[in-house]
Design a protein around this ligand. Structure first.
Ligand code: SAM
Length: 274
């Protein structure tokens, strides 16, 4: 089969009996124009390496292959493998298929440094993997992350200080990377439609702020947001040196966790990382 002869995704699903399984968080995207727009978010993929988690029937995979990428996919639903093998035959040498649980594979060892990561995953798996990718050694091995989440999670990732969505995930996503919502996706775009709206988050690595240790940043955000309605002088009491750091940085200890910017958390963590 040539790329131009690929059957519609609906036919692939019917022929391979890929009825969506709730336990695997399966909500498939079948609109190829929408899939091409998502695959364009990381930029020109021609000749680039892409690691895709949870390809399912391969809609997003096709879009990346058509864009000229060399794609490695990890899918844990065995039923999808024959459909993906057909895709591999249509794009010779461009697609490598791994059957397995993405939370258990060493993606870096599989695809090497400099790959783009794309995924439309169940949100709990997606958040778990995202935290792992964001916590890894910096500069990270991946070039960009393009990830579908339910909109509420996407908003927590890109949130700025001052609102309820702002918390530990936002600080982790933004202290040394850029995170933005690249596209909102209506629930009706999925088969079957999920209950909530979705959004694609795009993350690119930035410079790691000098002199800041991630475990210290995490300790401070865990303490502050663990009691987010309390004043910092209360919530940070258990972190040795934190109240002195607030004073040295002229951060009012009567403020609450959600009012501090990412840069202020970084400054506190730097003071305590010394
Ligand atoms: N990418 C396809 C699309 O956009 O239509 C499928 C998306 S569907 C929301 C999520 C996919 O992730 C399913 O194919 C599911 O089997 C797979 N999946 C779920 N958990 C996984 C895991 N831990 N590792 C690998 N794949 C997983």
């Amino acid at each position: 089969m040539r790329p131009s002869d690929l059957p519609p995704l609906r036919d692939v699903i019917a022929r391979h009996g890929l009825q969506a399984t709730k336990a695997l968080g399966q909500n498939f995207l079948l609109d190829e124009q929408l899939l091409a727009r998502i695959a364009a978010i990381p930029g020109d993929l021609d000749g680039e390496r892409v690691f895709e988690v949870g390809p399912g029937p391969g809609g997003l995979t096709r879009a990346a292959l058509r864009a000229g990428a060399h794609v490695t996919v990890v899918e844990m639903d065995r039923r999808c493998i024959p459909a993906l093998e057909e895709l591999a035959a249509a794009f010779p040498g461009q697609l490598r298929i791994i059957e397995g649980d993405a939370t258990q594979v060493d993606a870096r060892a599989l695809v090497g440094d400099g790959a783009h990561i794309i995924a439309n995953l169940p949100y709990n798996v997606g958040t778990h993997l995202l935290v792992g990718w964001l916590s890894a050694q910096w500069q990270p091995w991946w070039k960009s992350l393009t990830l579908m989440f339910q909109q509420e999670v996407a908003e927590r990732i890109v949130a700025r200080e001052g609102g309820d969505a702002y918390g530990r995930l936002a600080v982790l996503a933004q202290w040394r990377s850029e995170a933005r919502i690249a596209m909102k996706v209506h629930r009706s775009a999925f088969t079957p439609p999920p209950k909530v709206m979705s959004a694609v988050v795009h993350i690119t690595p930035g410079e790691e702020p000098a002199g800041v240790k991630l475990p210290m940043l995490e300790r401070i955000t865990a303490a502050a947001f663990g009691q987010r309605r309390k004043m910092l002088r209360q919530s940070l009491k258990g972190v040795p040196g934190a109240l002195e750091a607030l004073a040295a940085l002229s951060i009012d200890p009567q403020r609450r966790a959600e009012t501090l910017s990412v840069a202020e958390y970084v400054a506190i963590a730097r003071a305590l990382s010394a």
